[in-house]
Design a protein around this ligand. Structure first.
Ligand code: PLP
Length: 205
């Protein structure tokens, strides 16, 4: 229906590919380009981009145009036209992720995606899920719901907020594994600590 805001992405991609992340971080002319793409409040500096991330002008314009067009074409759009658009988006996203389109599903957010996976796990009463005390609130609530409904047992491990090595984190998870362990939740990007660790590869080899 609408083409993606390629011009903004292209500008950022071109600038980013021409230099190193360190140099780009202090390149004020680059940040001026990025800044101009966002509507900013006048009375405070917006530092929280996790909870509710303001989109850039081009994305907002594309969203409004898409909603307007979908409303104009009504159920004809939903029944006939939307599928092809969704599949095209799925193919684009799969390419970005280095996956095949069949491996990608589109969900409204991370919480919904996590619930789909969690509720699809075949777990019996007494089966255990290991997670950490730094996991995201909405994710922990979904785990607690499965515990309440299905008698699944949660085994939260305490993680150091700023671990010095991956081994330190992996040791806490592995110490919690029992014969009843059926799933381990490993958050790649921990929001409390701004911690990103590729722990999954350490577990699966
Ligand atoms: C680690 C983590 N998991 C899950 C979520 C939930 O994401 P969403 O708002 O897309 O459902 C967040 C949101 O910030 C998060 O930081």
């Amino acid at each position: 229906m609408n083409s993606p805001p390629n011009s903004v992405l292209e500008k950022i991609r071109t600038a980013a590919s021409a230099t190193t992340p360190e140099a780009l971080a202090s390149d004020e002319s680059f940040w001026a380009v990025v800044r101009a793409e966002f509507a900013r409040p006048e009375d405070f500096i917006h530092l929280e981009y996790g909870f509710y991330h303001p989109a850039c002008h081009a994305v907002i314009a594309a969203e409004i145009a898409t909603i307007t067009e979908a409303q104009r074409r009504g159920s004809h759009y939903k029944r006939h036209e939307m599928t092809a658009e969704r599949e095209a988006a799925r193919t684009d996203l799969a390419r970005l992720a280095g996956a095949s389109p069949e491996e990608v599903i589109l969900t409204r957010n991370t919480t919904e995606a996590f619930n789909i996976i969690l509720r699809g796990l075949p777990l019996a009463r007494g089966d255990e899920i290991i997670h950490s005390d730094l996991d995201y609130g909405g994710v922990v609530e979904a785990l607690e719901q499965r515990a309440q409904r299905d008698g699944v047992v949660l085994r939260p491990v305490s993680l150091p907020p700023e671990p010095s090595t991956d081994a330190e984190v992996i040791a806490r998870f592995t110490a919690a594994i029992t014969p009843r362990t059926r799933a381990i939740l490993i958050t790649h990007l921990i929001n409390h600590a701004c911690l990103a660790r590729d722990l999954l590869s350490s577990f699966v080899g």
